[in-house]
Write a protein that binds this ligand. Sequence first.
Ligand SMILES: [Zn+2]
Length: 446
Amino acid sequence: MLTNADKFWNPLLETLPREKLQDLQVRKFRRIMAWAYENSKFHRKLYKEAGVQPADIKTMEDIAQVPKVEKSMMRNIQKKEPYPYGDMLCVPLERVTEFRQTSGTTGQPVYQPDTWQDWEWWAESWAYILYAQGYRSTDRVFIPFGYNIFVAFWAGHYGAEKLGCEVVPGGVLNTEARILKMQELRATATMATPTYVLGMADTARRKLGIDPAKDLNIQKITCAGEPGASIPATKRRMEEAWGAKVYDHIGATEIGAWSYECMEQPGGLHVNEGLFLVQIEDPETGEIIEEPGKPGKMVITAFDRIAQPCIRFDSKDIIMWHEEQCPCGRTFRLIKGGVVGRADDITKVKGVLLAPTAIEEVVRAIPELGDEYEVTVTKKGDTDDISLKVELLPEAENRKDEVMAILVDQLRVKTNLRYNISFHPYGSLPRYDVKAKRFKDLRKIH
Ligand SMILES: [Zn+2]
């Protein structure tokens, strides 16, 4: 039988009773707040203006009174002294060893400095993720990602090394070369965005005649960067294509690697509550939501990140607590279904609240359709118009009407909206290498 030492990366922390865990979180919050207060002009000003001091922090309720930091505030101070990070920086520039930046999909990128201590913390947080997903020192992990200014799987690489895995950096190789290398080396695990996991399988089959489920030795895949691995229909497609377990992880450049799905695949992700404090806030009232199943905005703190701290960061991610406890034995709380949306993405169409992930769930649950799809929202006169392009697989050409009926019905049930649906030949919609842009809201432009 597995002992706790075999099951958990940090058996003590991951199974700490809730009361002790919360006590630890309050103390760690006070410590990082004091660090920022003493070392960053930005934070000192923010807290002084709000009239809160680190010494005031004694309970979770006290924490909820600490001002939040928004991405726009980070953008405003960057490129100023100390260049290029500005006065959120808590260490002398010479202690910075890592530069990363956000991808800038929602505006000007944010620069993120880390010290070597921070970088070790990144690797440690990834070690929790990978250990919980069954990675061990016997694994050979192939990482098919362009090592560059984006953090993406950099820390996954170091986390896997920390566990003792053998890591193969698949940097500048193209997709075909990566697949052949995985095959040659009999790699047992890999990490990529859901878009690329599906894209690699497609390339393997179409261009190399390789069936990843049969001809490769990949047993587990860690996803990040997009919600797909928490969308049941997309997860199923990936698992079938690769004959492997697919696990989700959510992290961010300016936050860290804060959550992970464990081997139980409980329909949600554990928040790493030993390293982070996640609070869910009602977007309208600002109150903290404790009750499961009620979505709200994530406000997050990284306890141990020192160069450019992440304290009460308003992430704009929409999440909710899970009703269930995970059978794996971790006491770290689960968020249900991963990040269910972005405060920026969830949009009203024809007066109905729409989360783009709901469309993905419908499209990918229909086996006659390809992996790709494209949604465009426009305005025709005063009314919103929503169009959906999907690819019909060649073998389903003669069942077009039947597939259309299922699609219309499922979209109505899951999203309460009517779409202008068009079928396109398999392979004709754009393919994305890393993060996909399948949802376009053109109303905001005009
Ligand atoms: Zn679990």
